[in-house]
Design a protein around this ligand. Structure first.
Ligand SMILES: Nc1ncnc2c1ncn2[C@@H]1O[C@H](COP(=O)(O)OP(=O)(O)OP(=O)(O)O)[C@@H](O)[C@H]1O
Ligand SMILES: [Mg+2]
Length: 335
């Protein structure tokens, strides 16, 4: 086993006409990570994942999977890698098991021997004899995951796996991904669902308009907002005056819910004493960290509106593939 990262993208660029869908993206997914690829609609998530899976060619930069570049090493680079982008595709008039059998036949090796286990893992064993045409969206997503699992992957690449599912379906999908990660699978998942990423991922990259706004540990990102406090007292007006006069307290704001301010721990403690001495009771004094959602909006809303450029004005390279017509199209990938 190589010590190379599971995914290593360097200065990755993909352009569609005037739109730079992916603009010099750098990211590293280490083996064992559950890595979140976050961004609003049109940010470039799917395009990046397509390049990782060797489905489209970067205009510049490189992407390596366990040290191998799909452009240089061909299908061997996808050894141990599975996943799907956008939605998995299946033959609707065949049942779930039959579809997996076809996938397994194309994968070769001992993929077929894993069908039962994969159906169990995604909890579709009891619906495996039903036609996929009658499956719900959530069931199709799970069948897509089962298809990926036939390859016994070390790296699973999933494009918004829980989008469009109901709350129960989302929870099941999260639990499933968590279980796979606990078994040692490296997971790269794109999402615009903050709760999903906060719950599942240790590391994240946040992109908008194709550009990386943050890459690194999720808790470090959240910690960058530490140092802000919320304060509720028996007399907020008086508390505001006291806080305003106190050294080390900045960015003081007051609304109906109370006060917020920026301070170190020492200044916050000193304020609590000053309030007590002034006869102002403290109902709550709590350090406040931004949620990932707040951070996400802060980072992505500063971005230029490149992704609002009119769709379809580009030299659409999709036409160069057999996209959307067969289950073996680029939505669903195996080496
Ligand atoms: N084949 C293509 N032809 C033309 N433009 C494309 C093509 N693929 C992607 N784009 C453009 O590239 C940009 C990024 O698209 P992409 O699908 O990667 O975004 P995304 O982050 O996956 O969005 P979503 O959350 O909506 O799935 C968009 O502006 C999109 O219109
Ligand atoms: Mg997408």
């Amino acid at each position: 086993m190589s010590a190379a990262p599971a995914v290593e993208a360097r200065a990755l660029v993909k352009r569609y006409g005037r739109i730079t869908a992916v603009d010099h993206v750098d990211l590293t997914v280490k083996a064992g990570d559950v890595y979140g690829y976050l961004g609003p609609n049109g940010a470039g998530k799917t395009t990046t994942l397509r390049m990782m899976l060797g489905l489209i060619t970067p205009d510049a930069g490189t992407v390596k999977l366990f040290g191998r570049d799909p452009l240089v090493d061909g299908v061997r680079a996808l050894d141990g890698v599975a996943g799907f982008v956008e939605a998995p595709r299946f033959y609707p008039y065949l049942n779930g098991r039959k579809n997996l059998e076809l996938v397994a036949a194309l994968d070769g090796g001992d993929a077929a021997s894993r069908i039962d286990a994969a159906l169990d893992t995604v909890e579709l064993a009891d619906r495996a004899r039903d036609k996929v045409g009658g499956y719900s969206h959530g069931m199709r997503q799970r069948l897509g995951l089962a298809g990926a699992l036939l390859r016994d992957p070390r790296l699973l690449i999933l494009d918004e796996p829980a989008t469009g599912l109901d709350p129960g379906g989302m929870r099941d999908m999260r639990l499933l991904i968590r279980r796979l990660a606990d078994q040692g699978m490296t997971v790269l998942l794109s999402s615009h669902l903050m709760a999903e990423v906060e719950e599942l991922c240790d590391r994240v990259v946040i992109i908008s308009s194709g550009r990386v706004r943050y890459e690194g540990a999720l808790d470090e990102l959240i910690a960058t907002t530490a140092g802000r406090y919320e304060l509720r007292t028996t007399d907020d007006e008086r508390a505001q005056q006291i806080a305003a006069a106190q050294r080390g307290i900045g960015d003081l704001e007051r609304d109906a819910r109370g006060l917020t301010f920026a301070a170190g721990e020492r200044a916050a403690t000193a304020l609590s004493i000053a309030l007590g001495e002034a006869g102002v009771g403290i109902a709550a004094l709590v350090p406040r960290t931004a949620t990932l959602e707040e951070l996400f909006f802060r980072m992505t809303e500063e971005a230029p509106a490149g992704d609002l450029a009119p769709a379809g004005v580009s030299n659409d390279r999709r036409s160069a593939t057999t996209d959307r017509h067969t289950p073996r199209a680029e939505e669903e990938v195996r080496a």
